[in-house]
Design a protein around this ligand. Sequence first.
Ligand SMILES: Nc1nc2c(ncn2[C@@H]2O[C@H](COP(=O)(O)OP(=O)(O)OP(=O)(O)O)[C@@H](O)[C@H]2O)c(=O)[nH]1
Ligand SMILES: [Mg+2]
Length: 141
Amino acid sequence: MKKVLMVGNVACGKTTLLQALDNQPLEYKKTQSIEIVAGHIDSPGEYLERRVHLQNLLVTSVDTDLVLFLMDPTQERFMYSGGQSAAFPVPVAGVITKADLATEEQLEQAKELLQLAGADPIFVVSSYTGQGLEELREFLE
Ligand SMILES: Nc1nc2c(ncn2[C@@H]2O[C@H](COP(=O)(O)OP(=O)(O)OP(=O)(O)O)[C@@H](O)[C@H]2O)c(=O)[nH]1
Ligand SMILES: [Mg+2]
């Protein structure tokens, strides 16, 4: 399986998605630092949101096969810049989380923004309902 670095805003659903992919019980636990979850690398949302930490994400990604840019389509804040994926030394795919809460319009908008950031391909998932998890697992195999 590809080793992934999870990137995304605070509370966008990074840790929960790693638990769901690994068939673990979904337990809320704020991520405080870079840590290994289910064999992948999880990061705190602050690392994306606070520009001083961005370099840590770039350096950490060197040890991975793939970066996932996650986005909660119900959040107004969008922290990725255009073409940001190009800064990473490994491929970047996108994941729109919390599909169970989002409207069609929110999903469309999130997809456009992740495309602008350079993420490809883009998956739509819900860790709660399991929507999209099989496709994402297959991609990570
Ligand atoms: N409805 C719904 N809620 C979700 C989903 N995924 C995560 N959540 C909720 O969103 C909140 C934040 O989830 P986390 O996985 O901790 O978010 P995170 O991106 O790891 O956040 P940080 O560790 O702070 O960077 C929790 O209350 C989760 O239960 C989902 O697919 N659907
Ligand atoms: Mg977390």
